[in-house]
Design a protein around this ligand. Structure first.
Ligand code: SAM
Ligand code: SF4
Length: 367
């Protein structure tokens, strides 16, 4: 294994202003150089969550994610095979990954997605087998929800930005609202609980549906989560002044519901509130106005085999080259994880003068 430079232990500050300091009770950053060490970055953040993008292809064209035409698809030969994905994930699980989220693009477009789930849930590491979940647009769930559950999938996050057919077409550039709703119902029927519904809030598009979407979810026992739009669209048109903020979302919610904060957020990106006394909750993922970088425990693997420490990272570690080099063993894969972690920054830097949107759109990173 290549020796890594010993990480410097220093207090820093994430860009939400909260200090990023090594945790007294957790793994120490200096442990990161040990071959059997857990995945800890130079700010003392342990990493347990791996997001794996199974494809950059998608059946929708959401405006905040992909351009309408001319998507620069990843070349087929660069995409990781299932064998390669499972190997990279296995090494991650052995290093302490406990949660795997499959994403894309649209992960259910991968033909062997059920087999991928079955193989990932069978991995074991120091903390046992990982929990495997999936983020999807739901279009293939009527056919796949039950087989995915049987393969060990624990739950799903489903994107639904509007309940209005015209707006759905405008937003996703496809006429698929009915199919999306059928997919949500299929996940529920298959017991993939809790069903979480994600909506990216957009000014003048769906911000007037915050209450209706929450009602839709609460009535069915789902958890509604609103996401602040991030600068990750294929068209590079994001404008902070146009973004719907957490504060605005909460204003709309409190006009219709009584919200009580749910304590104990941990590493979760969503801040949660009980709706009208609970038990149902609504969440906001305020990645821009209230970043949670100081608690981030995520790493990402793109469909073409690049490890990324952050959605907004400019650097990637090419683990595809490692797994395709027959001279290299699992230690080199572990080293790729550590090199990726070594470059992880304290925060995403949106709003700082030096911030630059990543070249890859969200669909090619894996949300
Ligand atoms: N196709 C699947 C889906 O839509 O759920 C999985 C991939 S998608 C990239 C994952 C999540 O990223 C979705 O919840 C989507 O709403 C969110 N997303 C995409 N682009 C975004 C952006 N610019 N800002 C915030 N969230 C975004
Ligand atoms: Fe596809 Fe998901 Fe991106 Fe929408 S958000 S275009 S469904 S990858």
């Amino acid at each position: 294994m290549t020796d890594l430079p010993m990480p410097t232990v220093r207090a820093s500050s994430s860009d939400d202003g909260s200090p990023v300091v090594p945790r007294a009770d957790g793994p120490r950053p200096q442990d990161a150089a040990r071959p059997d060490a857990p995945l800890v970055d130079r700010f003392g953040r342990p990493h347990h969550d791996l997001r794996i993008s199974l494809t950059d292809r998608c059946s929708l064209r959401c405006t905040y994610c992909m351009p309408a035409e001319g998507v620069p698809w990843l070349a087929r030969q660069t995409m990781l095979t299932t064998e390669e994905i499972v190997r990279v994930a296995r090494v991650g699980v052995e290093l302490g990954i406990t949660e795997i989220r499959l994403t894309g693009g649209e992960p259910l477009l991968r033909v062997d997605v059920v087999d991928v789930v079955r193989r990932l849930t069978a991995l074991t590491g120091p903390h046992g087998s990982p929990e495997v979940s999936l983020t999807t647009n739901a279009l293939r769930l009527p056919a796949l929800a039950a087989p995915l559950r049987d393969a060990g999938l624990s739950r799903v996050n489903i994107s639904l930005d509007t309940l209005d057919r015209g707006k759905f077409i405008e937003l996703t550039r496809r006429d698929k609202l009915v199919e999306t709703l059928a997919g949500i119902a299929a996940a529920d029927a298959a017991g993939l609980h809790p069903v979480k519904i994600n909506a990216v809030a957009m000014r003048g598009v769906n911000d007037d549906e915050v209450v209706a979407l929450t009602r839709f979810a609460v009535e069915r026992g789902y958890q509604m989560r609103f996401i602040e739009q991030m600068p990750l669209d294929g068209g590079h048109t994001w404008d902070r002044t146009q973004m719907v903020t957490q504060a605005e979302i909460l204003d709309r919610l409190t006009s219709a519901f009584t919200l009580t904060e749910v304590p104990g957020r941990g590493n979760a990106p969503a801040e949660l509130w009980h709706v009208d006394g609970g038990p149902q909750t609504v969440g906001v993922i305020a990645s821009v106005t209230a970043p949670f970088c100081s608690a981030c425990d995520r790493l990402r693997l793109t469909a073409d085999g690049q490890l990324r420490a952050c959605l907004f990272a400019q650097d990637e570690v090419d683990v595809r080259a490692v797994v395709r080099d027959e001279a290299l063993g699992d230690e080199a894969v572990a080293d790729a994880y550590r090199r990726c972690l070594a470059g992880k920054k304290a925060g995403h830097g949106i709003g700082e003068p030096t911030f630059r949107q990543p070249d890859r759109p969200m669909s090619a990173i894996g949300g």
